[in-house]
Design a protein. Structure first.
Length: 240
């Protein structure tokens, strides 16, 4: 004689599924007829005990039980026993289950990623700025200096024997006018007075950078010969 196996009480999920099946309803039909969102029906019938539903979810379970002609209070009591968990876990796990969120679990690397990215961008920008500064600085140091000569104009023809050479250059250079050092003020301006001779005068203005690069500007100035007075015949009287 075999001993009959003890009957086990069906779980809430099994009871809900059994009653819905007896009524010949699918989950979609039960949701449409009862007005209970399908996601709640799927959750109640899944048998999942990952979370403890809140008051709103229990209200939906009561409504679903009444719709299936079950004892709602007994169903809710059994459901709470099956899903009994600490309150603190209930709050956290409920939020991850019912509320829509792009990430269920936010990894620590994602939480600290933004400050690290910002820091890396700032450091990169500073490094790039410093690098560009030194590149520009090196190029300026190696490039020939600029000379802007205001006077005289090239090809000037004059009868004056004195001439002023005037212009602008960079403050860090050494300036020579026909080989003679010329002072440069704090703004890069310079001037020098020259004595010219009759005929063609070639003026060389040279700017020399500290590291050997130099620039040269040449001007040609022509000094006209002075007119010599001619003797008048009247001074000697009439010819005899």
């Amino acid at each position: 004689m075999t001993t009959p196996e003890p009957k086990t009480e069906p779980t809430v999920a099994e009871a809900l599924i059994d009653m819905r099946t007896r009524l010949g309803l699918s989950q979609s039909e039960a949701s449409r007829n009862s007005g209970i969102p399908k996601k709640y029906i799927e959750f109640f019938e899944s048998g999942s005990n990952d979370i403890t539903p809140d008051v709103y979810a229990r209200h939906k379970l009561r409504a679903y039980s009444n719709y299936l002609k079950l004892d709602a209070e007994k169903v809710i009591e059994a459901f709470q026993e099956e899903n009994a968990q600490p309150v603190r876990h209930t709050e956290v796990r409920h939020a991850s289950r019912w509320r829509k969120h792009p990430l269920k679990n936010i990894p620590l690397t994602r939480m600290i990623g933004t400050p690290l990215v910002v820091r890396a961008v700032v450091i990169g920008a500073v490094a790039l700025s410093i690098g560009l500064f030194f590149v520009v600085r090196a190029h300026r140091m190696m490039a020939p200096p600029n000379i802007s000569l205001l006077t005289p104009m090239d090809g000037l023809v004059t009868s004056e024997r004195a001439l002023t050479v005037e212009g602008h250059t960079e403050r860090e250079v050494t300036l020579l006018v026909n080989g003679k050092p010329v002072y440069i003020d704090s703004e890069g301006n310079f001037q020098d007075d020259l004595n010219l001779r009759e005929g063609l005068n070639v003026i060389h203005v040279v700017a020399i950078r500290k590291h050997g690069q130099e620039s040269e500007v040449t001007r040609r100035v022509i000094v006209k010969p002075s007119e010599r007075p001619t003797a008048s015949l009247e001074l000697y009287g009439p010819a005899k």
